[in-house]
Design a binder for this molecule. Structure first.
Ligand code: ARG
Length: 458
């Protein structure tokens, strides 16, 4: 097997070792980015006279042709192809001859690969950003469609306080909004161009790195050539972003799985997003949501895997860094497959309003009972105790709180008056929480407006 570095190293490489060394099977995905980088690099070399205009044009045409071969699915791989960079160089030589040998002047695969990878990731960032926004949109749509439905809010998976279902949907909107923000921030740090850093010491040819960065769509060139070839922070950050997004999606999926059980019966998935059982004819299973939850585990693993690869590396390039691509590709692919499906699944859910509302029991208003006394001037701690005693008494009597007699309340605390009944109900409880961020219809409407404005900007 003939490699690129013939000269110093003699003879063929062991076949197994060559296979281990090769990365083409996965870095073929960087082909278009590699071609773009090479076109800009050829242009930069021509500007400083390393390539004649004719040579630069030949190279440009050859690279274009390779792009077309790849796009047309007719690009033929050779047994000796090691990675995307050597493959493109090999093919360019076949197409244009000697001039191809000048393209790698002043460049190393070390600055080349991380340039390609950053370019790829910037595009993936944009696609994912869009997909997150679409999922957020489906949550806002739901919150508008389901407006007015009161549901039990849970803490510790125990009934806690009534909230609007819209408020609950939006709680997931905001988590995703932070993910989208994180993505924009890490994209800005990814948009730094390493090309022109050479193997590690910088390039010995006076190329215009500002222009190279600009032409490739980066914000600026990197500041330190050693850092530029070793830095994979952008990949690690991306994997943290995907892991946390995965965790958010997993929590949403988990809640929907719970809400779709017969025991809850709050929501029902459309058949298009459900699976059956090979044995039990009655089953309607939430496999899709379970996979969303399950895949979040893998996303966390991909992050910890890359961080472990990076932690022992001295600065500049080490081949360990070749291990950076698969986890990033896999994480991006995973989320690109999940996000649109989840958006459609949420959009097509049936909501069983009666079941949801019926699940709000009187005990969930106990906080309101305490708040009632507080409004009569009783300190909250004492009010909390009195409300707790009322709950206990209602259990003893086997009568729901809202139907317990006024005398029973007065025995517990004389502060309970005749107006108790009118303030002590689910709508009032919800309506009272009108401070910013609360579940009152008015404040949820404001949230929806704010959410819509964010989506309109994006
Ligand atoms: N395939 C390599 C990678 O993915 C490209 C860089 C190789 N550089 C080197 N000095 N061997 O990292």
């Amino acid at each position: 097997m003939k490699q690129l570095w013939t000269g110093r190293i003699e003879g063929a490489m062991d076949e197994g070792a060559a296979a281990l060394n090769a990365s083409l099977a996965f870095d073929m995905r960087l082909a278009l980015q590699d071609l773009r980088g090479s076109i800009v690099w050829a242009h930069a070399l021509a500007k400083i006279g390393i390539l004649t205009t004719d040579e630069a044009n030949q190279i440009g045409r050859g690279l274009d042709k390779i792009g077309k071969e790849i796009a047309g699915g007719i690009f033929a791989l050779a047994a000796t192809d090691e990675d995307i960079h050597t493959t493109v160089e090999r093919r360019l030589g076949e197409l244009i001859g000697e001039a191809a040998g000048k393209l790698h002047t002043g460049r190393s695969r070390n600055d080349q690969v991380t340039t390609d990878f950053r370019l790829w990731l910037m595009e993936a960032d944009d696609r994912l950003h869009h997909a997150i926004r679409r999922l957020q949109e489906s949550l806002v749509n739901r919150s508008e469609q389901d407006f007015g439905i009161a549901m039990p809010g849970y803490t510790h998976t125990q009934r806690a306080q009534p909230v609007l279902l819209s408020h609950w949907w939006l709680s997931h909107f905001w988590a995703l909004d932070r993910d989208a923000g994180r993505l924009s921030q890490l994209r800005a740090r990814t948009a730094v161009c390493p090309l022109g850093s050479g193997a590690l010491a910088g390039t010995a040819f006076p190329v215009d790195r500002e222009a190279i960065a600009r032409e490739l769509g980066f914000a600026r060139p990197s500041d330190n050539s050693i850092d530029a070839v070793s830095d994979r922070d952008f990949a690690a950050e991306f994997l943290f972003f995907t892991a946390l997004l995965g965790v958010h999606l997993s929590r949403l999926a988990d809640a929907l799985i719970l809400f779709s059980t017969s025991e809850f019966g709050f929501v029902e998935m459309d058949d298009a997003f459900s699976t059956g059982s090979s044995l039990m004819p009655q089953k309607k299973n939430p496999d899709v949501l379970e996979l969303v939850r399950g895949k979040s585990g893998k996303l966390i693993g991909l992050l910890t895997g890359l961080l472990s690869t990076l932690k022992g590396l001295p600065s500049a390039y080490d081949k360990d860094l070749q291990e950076d691509k698969q986890p990033v590709f896999e994480a991006a692919d995973t989320l690109e497959s999940i996000l649109p499906v989840l958006a459609r699944l949420i959009g097509s859910l049936s909501i069983h309003k009666e079941k949801i509302t019926a699940a709000i029991d009187d005990g969930m208003l106990a906080t309101d009972l305490a708040d009632y006394l507080v409004r009569k001037g009783i300190p909250f701690r004492a009010a909390h105790t009195a409300a707790g005693r009322a709950v206990r008494r209602s259990i003893e009597l086997g009568i729901p709180l809202t139907r317990m007699k006024p005398e029973e309340y007065r025995k517990i605390d004389p502060g309970f008056g005749a107006d108790l009944a009118e303030v002590f109900n689910v709508e009032t409880s919800i309506a009272r929480r009108g401070a910013t961020g609360g579940t009152a219809p008015e404040s949820v409407k404001k949230q929806i407006q704010k959410a819509r404005a964010i989506l309109a900007e994006n």
